[in-house]
Design a protein around this ligand. Structure first.
Ligand code: CTP
Ligand code: MG
Length: 228
């Protein structure tokens, strides 16, 4: 049974505001993508990694990963995350026809512990067609209308914050992407539309998505405590 991780890393990182693709922004001197791919390859159950890079950065991304001794295949990404995942999936299916489990993991979640990655793969191998790592909600959540007037307060106990890597039986993800429109930000959401059950397992605070300068500061602080 072969496991491939697709890593959408073709975003522009506009909210981070570093003037470069987010995947290339350094944390403690090393690009986020390098941290992300290293974590994936440190997971014992991962065989192949396919990175969707900004089209203009494919060569530089290959060189960067090689320089850090990381084995990954790099393909040009698309205009939105959905397209980047679709392109990486197409490559993975063509080059690794024996793949049984496909994970999708945001490069922006660069410090996800390898144990979370392995737990997602294990749950798919155990028979779940779709698996997502989640955390409980720390804050109360309100639903508001277009005028910011509160409509109701969902029961927090039944809510979860969703992380990546999300794991899928290969046929399930292929079917979901065959039907997907544009700009889905959540792969499991596409699978839900097929009526396929999605299993939630425990995520980890380190799997946070680095979106804003504040998130980057937290990542720097976490790594300062952990060492490289
Ligand atoms: N992504 C991608 N291709 C795109 C857009 C996004 O592969 N065309 C990836 C990003 O590189 C990131 C993940 O999808 O790893 C989640 O997206 P997000 O956090 O929104 O990253 P960016 O799009 O880079 O950030 P921003 O929206 O602030 O520009
Ligand atoms: Mg984005």
């Amino acid at each position: 049974m072969s496991t491939v991780v697709l890593v959408p890393a073709a975003g522009r990182g506009e909210r981070l505001g570093h003037g470069m693709p987010k995947a290339l922004v350094p944390v403690r001197g090393v690009a986020l993508l390098v941290h992300a791919v290293r974590g994936l390859l440190n997971a014992g159950r991962v065989r192949h990694v396919v990175v969707a890079a900004p089209p203009a950065e494919v060569g530089a991304t290959e060189a960067l990963l090689r320089e850090h001794g990381l084995r990954a295949e790099v393909v040009p990404g698309g205009a939105d995350r959905t397209e980047s995942v679709r392109l990486a999936l197409r490559h993975a299916l063509a080059v690794h026809p024996d793949v049984r489990v496909v994970l999708v993991h945001d490069a922006a979640r660069a410090f996800t512990p390898p144990a979370v990655v392995d737990a997602v793969v294990a749950a798919v191998e155990a028979g779940a067609p779709a698996v997502i790592p989640v955390l409980p909600m720390a804050d109360t959540v309100k639903r508001v209308d277009i005028d910011e007037v509160v409509q109701d307060t969902p029961d927090r106990a039944a809510l979860r914050v969703v992380q990546t890597p999300q794991g899928f039986a290969v046929d399930t993800l292929s079917r979901a992407y065959a039907l997907a429109g544009d700009s889905a930000t959540d792969d499991a959401g596409l699978v839900e539309k097929l009526g396929v059950p999605v299993l939630a397992i425990p995520g980890h605070p380190y799997a946070m998505k680095i979106t804003t300068p504040f998130d980057l500061a937290i990542a720097e602080a976490v790594l300062a405590g952990e060492g490289p």
